[in-house]
Design a protein around this ligand. Structure first.
Ligand SMILES: *Cc1c(COP(=O)(O)O)cnc(C)c1O
Length: 360
């Protein structure tokens, strides 16, 4: 079986965890601090704040910018539910703008029409490891005085002309085991703004600026030193992992026939969290089944756009048509691209798909 995702845990991670267990400091401590510093350096920003998950990173980042009831945040409908749910957690309203079918990311041409006097922020999602069109999005955000919260949960190390995910606004990352690097569970917020960084630290820790004095509402969204030790060891391997993902993607894109392979615009560094093809003509589900029978794991990210999820339609009353997101949900298929694939695995994936598409 060739699996769709595989965390690569080595002796470095195991040793680092044992050291923490022996240290007597298990919760948030020196490893979290070291991980934050190394992560900020990787992104090219001044500050990073570790949290318990990507979801809590998004939640804290929004709160740190003062986003709450009455505010609107524009985001993509074609993403993991946490992007939009984190907006709901603050009491603000997610506003969905359709995607660019070539990149699966927010279509900046549709953004301005969605801005109202209530809009506070834009949350681009750098889906599958490719940055959203940040030149255009930044221009619109600047023009309207809006904050940018990047959902970079799938794009550790992704770049646009050398500038990295998490450096365009307030960045948020997930360290879940299927992501490009993991800490088992975990999240990270990145920023160059010292005031936002401090807000994040306070919200993460029960609204506490001075020990046991609580002037505002906060949470326990801390990361443990055990998780940070794993994350720090993984971070040393990120560039190698990403290079391998890119090489695997390049091989598949050069050899696959009859399907639409991922598009990488000029100047962008894709880190292929997912290698996502489009299969037209209603053949996606048959190909998925064929690959499964042949021992190849795949994923459909995502089968239902967020504006069509039951909670959003039934409980929140969303009734919107976003044709590109809806079409993508019917056509996308993510193939294994992780760094543990062998050349044999890649040949098997390509040959199995090409044979099916030729016959179909
Ligand atoms: C994984 C992911 C999240 C949430 O991260 P968790 O660590 O699972 O909470 C948010 N947004 C996107 C786009 C993701 O892929």
């Amino acid at each position: 079986m060739i699996s769709i995702a595989k965390p690569l845990i080595g002796d470095e991670e195991k040793q680092a965890v044992l050291e923490v267990l022996d240290s007597g400091m298990l919760a948030q401590g020196p490893r979290v601090k070291a991980f934050e510093e190394a992560f900020a350096a990787m992104c090219g920003v001044q500050y990073a704040i570790a949290t318990s998950s990507g979801t809590t990173a998004l939640h804290v980042a929004l709160l740190a910018h003062g986003i709450g009831p009455g505010d609107e945040v524009i985001t993509s409908p074609f993403t993991f539910i946490a992007s939009a749910n984190s907006i709901l957690f603050t009491g603000a309203k997610p506003v969905f703008v359709d995607i660019d079918p070539a990149t699966f990311n927010l279509d900046p041409a549709l953004l301005e029409a969605a801005i109202t006097p209530h809009t506070k922020a834009i949350m681009p999602v750098h889906l599958f490891g490719l940055l959203a069109d940040m030149d255009a999005i930044q221009g619109i955000a600047d023009k309207h005085g809006l904050v940018i919260i990047e959902d970079a949960c799938q794009s550790h190390g992704a770049g646009l002309r050398g500038k990295r995910a998490g450096a365009f606004g307030t960045g948020t990352f997930s360290l879940y085991p299927t992501k490009n690097i993991t800490s088992a569970e975990g999240g990270m917020i990145t920023t160059d703004d010292g005031r936002i960084a401090e807000n994040c630290q306070v919200i993460r820790q029960h609204g506490m600026r001075r020990r046991y004095y609580h002037d505002e509402l906060g949470f326990n969204f801390r990361m443990t030193d055990i998780h940070a030790a794993i994350g720090l060891a993984q971070l040393q391997k990120l560039e190698r992992f990403n290079a391998q993902r890119r090489a695997n993607a390049q091989f598949m894109s050069a050899h696959l026939r009859g399907v639409t392979v991922p598009y990488v615009p000029e100047g962008y560094t894709h880190v292929f969290h997912q290698y996502t093809i489009r299969v037209g003509g209603g053949k996606r589900d048959a190909l998925l089944e064929h690959l499964k029978v042949n021992g190849i794991g795949t994923g459909v990210y995502y089968p239902v756009p967020i504006h069509q999820q039951t909670y959003y339609t039934q409980a929140l009353g969303y009734h919107q048509t976003l044709p590109e997101a809806e079409k993508a949900a019917e056509e996308v298929l993510s193939l294994p691209v992780h760094p543990a694939l062998s050349q044999d695995d890649l040949n098997t994936i390509v040959n199995t798909i090409n044979a099916f598409m030729e016959a179909a």
